[in-house]
Design a protein around this ligand. Structure first.
Ligand code: GAP
Length: 438
């Protein structure tokens, strides 16, 4: 049975994936903190993305641009004018809504989701960017914005990267980092928050090749989610209708996931054409073109952009991995996470807390720590410790027992099958590495 949102939120809190922020003060406006397991999992999601987008390619390089950014960037990019949502108020219950998220009545009136009133104000554009002041003086000259996407950092550094890396299209810049949007209606746990992490690639291509590269990235990104364990039936690629397109896009497709409340976007793949480079070239007076020295050709590359969210990807992996079954007549919850995504790859479990077992257990832990993220747990009965590791998705448990002191071997238990295998300690690293299919 698919996991409900209530159960997902409970598990995330109980096991230390995600905590409501400032909980001791009653929480703070849809913000969340990542706990010990959440940071491990988020790092693994980002590492899996980076590996496939940067490490495994020779034409993609990394970037880490500033979050606090000049208004000139957002003026040129069109965000100051266009990055808005239609805001409406319900005159009866005073709730604020995004007009496009409210249902309409048969006679075409917007209806409040909270109180069903149709006494709703006219929609007015609400800019989603967080505005602040850089420096001690709060005047117009000190205005700065928290970036609402990492993308513009790629475009304003286009000439810098070209100069230092000697790349020729097609090439890309990859960036992972926080973005901020003053969402009118954040919600569905970490699905829509005001502070979130993005993983964005800007892929610069010869203009005539952009349709081909758009198709390429749609396929590539869809398969990435399958590779890390999301079943095909829980994923779909949805092309945007013309009226849905962002102000910079000539075509966008979303990779969507079947969340407990319905289909929701994990990632958008957009054909941004030459919109951004041209806009920044015009506003800054700089040349933002590619010059091919062999052919003498000069052009502004078009950009294909796969842009994903870390929290949404984590949520999708958790939901897809969540299963319940029975072991020896006892119910258990298992997160069947991909080994690269699971917070811990291995748990080292001394069978007993007795002093005699601990030195060898710590030796085993020290052997495995360089090759895998390890948990080490000496509390409670072994069965309960296995349940905990199953519930947090640890693929392998390594148990050190009293026999280990004699035969210098340990038991390796598989999360999914619960099968156990006796492995000599001097072969443990090799066996663990092959079982995790690194
Ligand atoms: N540069 C293009 C861009 O930012 P987007 O579709 O607005 O495109 C990309 O954002 C991804 O960032 C989304 O698919 C989603 O995963 C994530 N994202 C966007 N807004 C978010 C929010 N308020 N909370 C959590 N994740 C968000």
């Amino acid at each position: 049975m698919p996991v409900s949102m209530e159960e997902l939120v409970r598990l995330c809190k109980a096991r230390g994936f995600v905590f409501p922020s400032a909980e001791i003060y009653g929480g703070f406006r849809s913000t969340y903190d990542y706990g010990p397991l959440g940071v491990l999992m988020a790092r693994n999601v980002k590492e899996a993305w980076w590996r496939s987008m940067v490490q495994m390619r020779r034409e993609v390089v990394g970037l880490d641009a500033a979050i606090l950014s000049s208004p000139k960037i957002w003026e040129a990019s069109g965000h100051l004018k266009n990055f808005t949502d239609p805001l409406v108020d319900c005159r009866s219950c005073k709730q604020r809504w995004r007009a496009d998220q409210l249902p309409t009545t048969e006679d075409g009136k917007l209806k409040c989701i909270n109180c069903a009133s149709t006494d709703i104000t006219e929609a007015r554009p609400f800019n989603l960017m967080f505005k602040t002041f850089a420096g001690p003086v709060e005047d117009d000259g000190a205005v700065a914005y928290l970036r609402p996407e990492t993308a513009q950092g790629h475009f304003v550094n286009f000439a810098n990267v070209l100069q230092t890396e000697h790349l020729r299209p097609p090439f890309g810049t990859a960036q992972i980092g926080k973005s901020f949007r003053n969402e009118i209606t954040p919600g569905n746990f970490v699905f829509r928050t005001r502070e979130f992490e993005q993983m964005e690639l800007e892929y610069f291509v010869p203009p005539a090749d952009s349709p081909r590269w758009f198709e390429y990235w749609c396929k590539e990104r869809f398969e990435w989610y399958l590779r890390f364990g999301i079943p095909r039936e829980m994923l779909r690629l949805r092309h945007h209708r013309a009226e849905e397109l962002s102000h910079y896009s000539a075509g966008t497709a979303d990779v969507e996931f079947d969340f407990p409340w319905g289909w929701g976007e994990l990632e958008g793949i957009a054909n941004r054409t030459d919109f951004d480079l041209k806009a920044h070239a015009e506003a800054s007076g700089q040349v933002l073109e590619y010059f091919d020295q062999t052919t003498g050709e000069r052009y502004v590359p078009h950009v294909i952009e796969p842009a994903a969210g870390v929290a949404r990807t984590m949520m999708a992996f958790l939901i897809a991995a969540y299963t319940t079954d029975e072991v020896a007549g006892e119910a258990r919850t298992v997160l069947r996470l991909h080994p690269r995504i699971a917070p811990y790859q291995v748990a080292v479990l001394p069978l007993s807390k007795k002093d005699t077992l601990l030195p060898l257990s710590e030796e085993v832990l020290a052997l495995l720590q360089p090759v895998a993220m390890c948990d080490y747990d000496v509390t409670r009965a072994i069965g309960r410790r296995y349940r905990r590791q199953d519930e947090i998705g640890t693929p392998l448990c390594v148990t050190v027992d009293f026999e280990s002191l004699e035969d210098k071997a340990v038991t390796v238990r598989d999360r999914d099958t619960t099968a156990q295998e006796r492995v000599p300690i001097d072969r443990l690293v090799e066996v663990v590495q092959s079982r995790l299919a690194w």
